[in-house]
Design a protein around this ligand. Structure first.
Ligand SMILES: O=C(O)CCC(=O)C(=O)O
Ligand SMILES: [Fe+2]
Length: 336
């Protein structure tokens, strides 16, 4: 089955929702999302039909690169869209966040955040930022389109972390986008890595696995270190045949690399352009993405800050076999 034939969307039956909502945890989901994930998962089990559960299992097994779950959860009491990353202490978004924790758990994943990004907040707001808080440059970027990338691009693959000597924990296995508001239907753009790699010659494919690339850290990470002389592609990670880190803006070819490295990077970037699927993450939608199997970007959200402008939540997940650096005493989801 090709990825394009796979079912990439499920819609929750509204009749099944009230019982699940009543069983979800009720506190702030940023406090202990890992400790309460089994409870949240049990609550969400009841909303999935038999075929939905199979679809989720296929996603968990890596047979589908992403999955959109339209929950239909009511967001009627949302406050105005915030203008920065830190989560609002307001319970209007908490049920949908707990539903996210629960569905991630049913997919074999637990929520993870990084100390050096947004102070380790379990959920952050993807919103247009106000120039006063973020600075003019970042504020402008937040209203613009984003070219394709994987999140946490300079962080190690799980196998690199397991080999030792890494300061930072592995990149997210899952990227999860949760829709609170999206009045203009701004599209998130998703392209399967495997389809883009199919367009490479054997030599280019091999070049992607060689230590010929430099990777600048994602801007949201404080004191992020570049990864120098590293491969972009790993074929040795659990579950998936291929695992990629990529960003149009952050990956460059190192000076020592042979010409085929440059050709590989150009061929991969060119292939992506024809492979994007547009997904609108609308209110109540949870979009789970295998971060290293999918290149994601977005169309421009457009001008406007606060009010009822676009508001997504973002969180990350690790599948159960991924481990990172955890400091004694920190919440279970928080890693270095
Ligand atoms: O806004 C979106 O749809 C995705 C944003 C994104 O990829 C990011 O902030 O890294
Ligand atoms: Fe991203």
């Amino acid at each position: 089955m090709s990825v394009l034939d796979a079912i990439q969307e499920i819609a929750i039956d509204p009749a099944r929702l009230p019982a699940a909502l009543a069983a979800l945890p009720t506190g702030d989901p940023c406090l202990d999302p890992v400790g309460l994930r089994a409870e949240a998962g049990a609550a969400m089990q009841g909303v999935l039909s038999h075929s939905d559960a199979i679809t989720l299992r296929h996603f968990a097994d890596g047979q589908q690169p992403w999955l959109v779950i339209r929950t239909g959860i009511d967001l009627g009491s949302l406050p105005e869209t915030p203008t920065d990353f830190p989560p609002l202490r307001h319970n209007a978004w908490w049920p949908l966040a707990w539903a996210t924790v629960g569905l991630m758990s049913l997919a074999g994943a637990r929520l993870v955040s990084y100390q050096s990004e947004n102070n380790g907040a379990a959920f952050v707001n993807l919103v247009a930022q106000s120039a006063g808080v973020a600075g003019a440059g970042l504020a402008e970027r937040s209203t613009k389109s984003m070219r394709g990338h994987t999140d946490g691009v300079s962080l190690p693959f799980p196998t690199e972390f397991a080999a030792g000597g890494e300061e930072q924990s592995p990149a997210p296995d899952l990227l999860v986008l949760v829709g609170l508001r999206n009045p203009s239907g701004t599209m998130t753009r998703l392209a399967p890595v495997s389809s883009a790699l199919d367009r490479l010659t054997d030599d280019q494919y091999q070049a992607m696995q060689e230590p010929w690339f430099n990777i600048a850290p994602q801007r949201t990470f404080v004191n992020g270190r570049p990864r120098v002389g590293a491969p972009l592609l790993s074929c040795g990670e659990p579950r998936h045949g291929v695992s990629m880190r990529f960003s149009h803006s952050s990956v460059t070819v190192s000076d020592e690399a042979p010409p085929v490295a440059c050709e590989a990077l150009e061929a991969f970037a060119a292939a992506l352009l024809g492979l994007y699927t547009n997904v609108v993450v609308g209110p109540g939608d949870i979009c789970m993405i295998h971060n290293r199997q999918v290149i994601h970007g977005r169309a421009a959200p457009g001008p406007g800050v606060g009010g009822v402008t676009r508001w997504l939540l973002r969180t990350y997940g690790w599948m159960s076999d991924t481990t990172g650096s955890h400091r004694h005493g920190d919440p279970a989801h928080l890693h270095l």
